[in-house]
Design a protein. Structure first.
Length: 75
């Protein structure tokens, strides 16, 4: 899994489940931050979404699910 693929997966699920445009969700998600596997051996990525409280809640729920499935990704 790469950071671009992770973003695409998140955006597809958000559009499918909550509507709005791909552009809207990409803007709300922001960039995927990658960390070294040496310092973050259990999960080497993070996303800090912006937007409304409801949007952030929806995204955080999806992020929790994806962290379990894809804890380590590449650039």
């Amino acid at each position: 899994m790469t950071s671009d693929r992770l973003t695409d997966l998140l955006v597809a699920r958000l559009v499918r489940d909550h509507g709005r445009s791909k552009h809207h969700w990409r803007k709300v998600l922001g960039a995927v931050r990658l960390y070294s596997r040496d310092t973050h051996p259990h999960c080497n990525w993070a996303i800090t979404p912006t937007g409304s409280a409801q949007e952030i809640s929806v995204i955080e729920t999806l992020l929790d699910d994806l962290r379990m499935r894809h804890p380590l990704i590449s650039g």
